[in-house]
Structures are given as C-alpha cells and as structure tokens.
Design a protein around this ligand. Sequence first.
Ligand code: PHE
Length: 326
Amino acid sequence: LKEEALTAIDQVSSLDHLRELKVKYLGKKGELTAVLRGMGKLTPEERPWIGSLANEVRTELEETISQKQTNLEDQAIEEQLKSEKIDVTLPGIPMEVGSVHPLQLVIEELEDFFIGMGFQVAEGPEVENDYYNFEALNLPKDHPARDMQDSFYITPELLLRTHTSTTQIHTLEAKEGEVPVRIISPGKVYRRDDDDATHSHQFTQIEGLVVDRGVSMSELNGVLLALIEKLFGEETKVRLRPSYFPFTEPSVEVDIYHPVKGWIEILGAGMVHPRVLERTGYNPERYTGFAFGIGVERIAILKYNIDDIRHFYNNDLRFLRQFKSE
Ligand code: PHE
C-alpha cells in the first residue's frame, strides 16, 4: 500500500489530482484509515506492530503529500510569472491624445492676456434669476431692449443667461464696495435663435469688468486695442461704433476688418452705467468703470478661418483634429 501510494503521489502533476489522492489514502474512508479500523480483528500480538507501522506509513504519506503540494504550488507560480513577464524593451502602444477645442484655445489665450494685465477670472451660473440677467443691469421688465435678447425662460423668474454680463452684478455684490474690481468671466450664454451658419442658440462670451477711482473711456480703448493687436496682429484695422446697451453709457461696438468677410463685430463695451454701480453699492460719484463682452465664436471664426458656427458644436473629429498641438 505504501509503495503504491508513494508512486502515485510522485506521478501526480496537478494540485487537484493530489487532493484526490490525499482523500483516497488518508481520508475518512481512505485505504490507510481502513487498515487502522480493521485493527480490532487482529490478535493482541499483531496489534501494536501493525498499529505503529500504519502510523509510520501515515506520517510518511502526509509528509510526502505536503512536500509535493509545495512543489506543485511553486511550479504554478513559476509558470504564472513566466506567462506574465513584460518585456520592457518592446515599444509601447501609443495613447491617442485629444485636441483642445478651438473655443477653449481662444478662451485660454484671452485669459493669459488679461491675467497678465492684472485681471482675475470669475465664473457665474448659466441658469439665472431675472434680476441678474436684466433687472440689475438696468433692464426693467417692460424695457424694450429685453427684446434684443430673446430668452429661454425656465420659470417667469428663471432663465438661461443671455449674456455673461450677469457676472458683473455677482462680482460687484461679492466685492461689497471694495476696489479695484478687475475681472474677466468666460462662459456659455443662450438666446432663442434659428441655428444656421452664423447663428447659434448657445454661444460663448467673455465678460470684462473694471471698477475703480478714475477709470476712463480711454483706458477701455487702450485695453481693447492691445487685445486685438495680440489676437490678430498690429496691422488689424479696428473701428469703434457708438452703440446702445442699457448697462453702459456711453456704449460702443467694436469691429475688426477681415480681408474677405469685411467688417465684423467682435464685442460690445462701454462705461458702466451709474445705476448699475449704485444698485450694487458703489457710489457713482466716486467710482467709474468699464465693461465689455467678447464674442468668442466670432474671434475663433476669424482667427482660424472657420466658415460655419455649427462646426464648434457638431464634434466632428475631422474638424476638431485640426487643432491638435504638436
Ligand atoms: N452683454 C452684451 C451683449 O451680450 C455685451 C456687453 C457687455 C456690452 C458689457 C457692454 C458691456 O451683447
């Protein structure tokens, strides 16, 4: 029995099989156990001799089995390591890196520019109270200029902001009468519009706001000209047209000249209306300010020669991949 068991154990090559053998010889119904059970039928002289022999065999089998088990386990680990070995000298699988969206490129370029001029970047919510979108910006409920910006209303008091000028109010409220105020605020805005090559119901603006003692129209002029020079080069032709916004007085619109498209408006601006200052706790006798709202799509269209505003939103990879940086 011992010889048979030892040969079987030696030939085993899997852990499962080894477990089976262990049950076969040493288990409750195993062959060796049967020998020990059968002891009662032996003569008293035979008993101690057979007993100690059986126990010896048992110990030897147990040892052999556990030895074998360790060997098999080591082997299994060895094999696993071999199969999982990584050759670090092989070339890697290249990961595809996306590209920065052209609108984001423009936003980042403008942020860099304004941060360099001492501005901070502020953000505001896209769902707004009527108060922040209109009322506080000197556009009371019956004001005809509300029609300039057809809005998406959620409730009679809540709407998707039609411009980033909302952040002027949030900023001034938060500053609680402190100066200087010098922020820009990029973000999405929404207006009811039929989408086509030049219109989109959702687009992007960057608001700018400066409030301090003695802020003047010529400072606004200087900032805007520096900005356009940075974006489009020194040679760019610029024109300021008098315009109207209820929250600035005087107000201007700024166009730049494009060799193919002609004059294109890129932003609205003006001196902060005294009523806006007053409402947010700034004394208009002491402080003045200017504000501007830049159309980010307009800038991107001119800068990258894009022929359809819908390209910005269709997420066509053939379009987006053109903005990959090296
Ligand atoms: N909010 C205006 C618009 O969306 C732009 C603007 C901003 C004008 C700030 C003046 C001052 O058309």
